[in-house]
Design a protein around this ligand. Structure first.
Ligand code: ADP
Ligand code: MG
Length: 347
């Protein structure tokens, strides 16, 4: 298990790139850090990998201390694998050569066996002799993955591994990579700036802001029970609707009473902003409450509608794509909240 406790790091005195970050990741789990550019994601990975020292706090892996102030296990001793955004494959080595690269310590026969196993795992057995530049982006990324998994790391760190791939390829590779990691039972901490990618891969998610980890939770909890507006806004689409908390725990809004369970107890009478995800707003032709279609974007099996309410407030609705309504039309809607995410209203 990976345990990061209160880790801080500054590249220059006083400029904290990572501030008091704590997280735990159980063995075999995939965790993902999200957050805007410059919030400290890469720095945190580098502290865990051992490329940076920690100014405060500690990093432990399976109970062993890797880093503390004044104590720094060198990266090559940590048995942590790393996959970077730019693959960092060695151009003069074949696929086999690249995968073999970190296996010098193993006897030859064992090394061969490990390489074959990895080639099989990532589906590149027939490209064993190819050079990186002869491979597609997706294949190169699979070589990078095989290379970092070959030494059987105790933990795999991946820094925006799919950022350079085109969206269609990325979606396919995400599924493959997840299967590979699950098959090996590898513990993974990755970084992404794309919430959809994070949801597709990870069991545990974190959102960072200005060096701090704002929340670290199961993916489902983070999406449905974000601890603040920043996290709520970062992990998915949604709109804020004004409401007033009722005595029975529901929230009165322009669209009727929103009900569902809430992580925090809401004070009756309080004015709140309620987060509505696109799947919290249902389109129903039978509804008397209507909203005007402002924008319609086609997502394949569904439309994402931006809707204007009578008050001028906007909400989003995810609607099966056989309900095709043009901008300007009025369509019936109702609330279907399961979780209430509400924060004190901002004035
Ligand atoms: P992210 O990966 O979330 O985009 P980084 O960890 O790369 O963020 O950067 C966090 C902060 O640390 C930023 O303010 C960045 O400018 C700063 N930083 C990153 N690397 C260095 C470095 N080598 N030297 C000085 N400052 C750095
Ligand atoms: Mg980064």
């Amino acid at each position: 298990m990976l345990e990061v406790s209160d880790v801080s790091h500054a590249y220059e005195p006083g400029a904290w790139a990572v501030r008091e970050v704590s997280l735990r990741l159980e063995a075999g789990r995939i965790g993902c850090l999200l957050g805007p550019s410059g919030c400290g994601k890469t720095t945190l990975l580098r502290c865990i990998a051992g490329f940076e020292t920690v100014a405060a706090g500690g990093v432990r892996l399976h109970g062993e201390v890797l880093a503390e102030p004044g104590r720094h296990m060198p990266p090559e001793k940590r048995r942590i694998g790393m996959v970077f955004q730019d693959y960092a494959l060695l151009p003069h080595l074949s696929v086999t050569g690249n995968i073999e690269f970190g296996l010098h310590a193993l006897p030859r026969a064992e090394r061969r066996r490990r390489v074959e196993e990895m080639l099989e795992l990532v589906g590149l057995a027939e490209h064993a002799g190819a050079y990186p530049q002869e491979l597609s982006g997706g294949q190169q990324q699979r070589v990078a993955l095989a290379r970092s998994l070959a030494p059987r790391p105790r933990l795999l760190l991946m820094d925006e591994p799919f950022a350079h791939l085109d969206p269609a390829l990325r979606e396919r590779l995400l599924v493959e990579v997840k299967q590979i990691l699950r098959q090996l039972g590898t513990t993974v901490l990755m970084v992404s700036h794309d919430p959809l990618e994070a949801f597709a891969l990870a069991d545990r998610l974190g959102v960072m802001r200005e060096g701090r980890l704002e929340q670290w939770d199961d993916s489902y909890v983070l999406y449905h029970q974000p601890v603040n507006r920043f996290v709520a806004g970062f992990v998915g689409r949604g709109a804020w609707l004004k409401g007033i908390v009722r005595g029975d725990g529901g929230i009165d809004t322009e669209l009727g009473v929103a009900r569902g369970h809430s992580a925090e107890s809401l004070r009756p009478g309080a004015q709140v902003d309620l987060l509505l995800r696109p799947d919290d707003v249902l389109h129903d032709d039978a509804c008397v409450t209507t909203a005007r279609v402002v924008e319609r974007s086609f997502k394949g099996s569904e439309f994402l509608y931006a809707l204007a309410l009578d008050s001028g407030a906007r909400v989003l609705a995810s609607v099966p794509s056989h309900h095709n309504h043009a901008p300007g039309e009025r369509i019936g809607i109702r609330l279907a909240t399961e979780h209430l995410v509400a924060f004190a209203a901002q004035v």
